[in-house]
Design a protein around this ligand. Structure first.
Ligand SMILES: Cc1ncc(COP(=O)(O)O)c(C=O)c1O
Length: 368
């Protein structure tokens, strides 16, 4: 039987193995482990890639969000608007920064934050908004930017799933005052462990973040801020520098795969696809479909050798860690529908057309 893994990992690693091994040898000789030249090189390249002036490499995507919020120095009563449908890390960063997250439901077509509902959640304490480009699809930036300007809000982008995506030709990660991303291994640009980065055009924020990621200290003896230790390792930067050169090519493959899925699944009325509006270029990090028969369909696909995942099986705001926010089941119906019905289909560079055809045919067989 054919076997299609959700993410086989091997593709990029296999092709680039020789380059990785050579780079590792050079890394051993260089003996620069933390904040060395490979990290500086990666920070410049990633800043340029995202069309921003500055990049600060940090330990992971969560820290990138947490430190971004810290850098803005919001007051303790500040409310930060976040999507109800995202990976929990987005909202955990707000809570751990001592701020109050205010949730907004997802849009039923794009599954991103419903930008038409931002205004009704604005209070005199609203200071910032986090736009998460979920599944690799840029949010409705026109409307979001308009709201941020109208109410003088800081805009933070959570770009963890949208590396290489564009909205009206502009790179995600370049719209906000600050943007955060993750290079967790399965991301479109993945490291060989935890890694993340922050982008900004603001020189003051950049300088502050460079200290915040390193104990708030310019030289290990003076401490200007109450910082943390969250630096991007030179070893991860070494590999990220190699992989970054392939990101556009790999994203193009992802686009092609998404296109095949759209072609074959749009006719199936039992399947709801996540719409990609014309003005976006998606990074297609995840390919979600919504079906009422989620568990039986997943089991059927697995019986035919097709692995799938779920993003995300349970709304995070119903989890114990978020109970103090007081949200309850039914508060965000679109988010809850997505969580109940979502299946993530395999999408990775190297997935062949015949495999996508097989997956779509299997879904169609299930409904026949
Ligand atoms: C939308 C989103 N935000 C934040 C994160 C956190 O990134 P990390 O796992 O590197 O901390 C992730 C990672 O999965 C994510 O998908």
């Amino acid at each position: 039987m054919r076997e299609i893994k959700y993410i086989p990992f091997e593709y990029g690693d296999h092709i680039l193995k020789v380059k990785f091994l050579k780079a590792f040898e050079q890394f051993l000789e260089r003996k620069q482990y933390i904040l060395g030249e490979e990290t500086s090189k990666f920070e410049s390249s990633w800043a340029k890639y995202c069309q921003t002036n500055y990049c600060i490499g940090v330990g992971n995507g969560y820290d990138a969000l947490f430190l971004s919020l810290k850098a803005l120095n919001l007051n303790k009563s500040a409310e930060v608007i976040v999507p109800a449908h995202t990976f929990a890390a987005t909202t955990l960063a707000v809570l751990n920064a001592g701020l109050t997250p205010v949730l907004i439901d997802a849009d039923d077509k794009t599954f991103n934050i419903d930008a038409t509902r931002i205004e009704e959640k604005i209070t005199e304490n609203t200071n910032a908004l986090i736009a998460v480009h979920l599944y690799g699809n840029p949010c409705e930036m026109n409307r979001i930017i308009h709201m941020c300007k109208k109410y003088d809000l800081f805009l933070i982008e959570d770009n963890a799933q949208a590396q290489g995506a564009k909205y009206k030709g502009q790179s995600t990660g370049s719209f906000g005052h600050i943007s955060a991303t993750s290079f967790y291994p399965i991301k479109n640009l993945g490291a060989f462990g935890d890694a993340g980065a922050i982008n900004t055009n603001d020189e003051q924020i950049y300088k502050k973040l460079k200290l915040l990621r390193s104990y708030g200290s310019p030289d290990k003896h003076a401490f200007e801020y109450q910082g943390v230790n969250s630096r991007l390792d030179d070893l991860q930067s070494t590999f990220l520098n190699i992989k970054l050169e392939y990101l556009d090519e790999w994203n193009l493959m992802r686009s092609e795969i998404a296109h095949w899925y759209f072609e074959d699944l749009s006719e199936l009325e039992e399947v709801q696809l996540c719409q990609q509006p014309e003005e976006i270029l998606s990074a297609n990090h995840i390919f979600p479909i919504l079906v009422k028969e989620r568990d039986p369909l997943r089991a059927f696909l697995l019986s035919k050798g097709i692995q799938t995942l779920r993003h995300y099986p349970q709304p995070y705001y119903l989890e114990q860690a978020f109970s103090k926010l007081g949200y309850k089941s039914g508060d965000f119906p679109v988010t809850e529908k997505i969580c109940s019905n979502e299946i993530s289909l395999p999408i990775f560079p190297g997935l062949r057309k015949e495999d996508v055809k097989y997956i779509c045919q299997t879904i169609s067989d299930f409904y026949r």
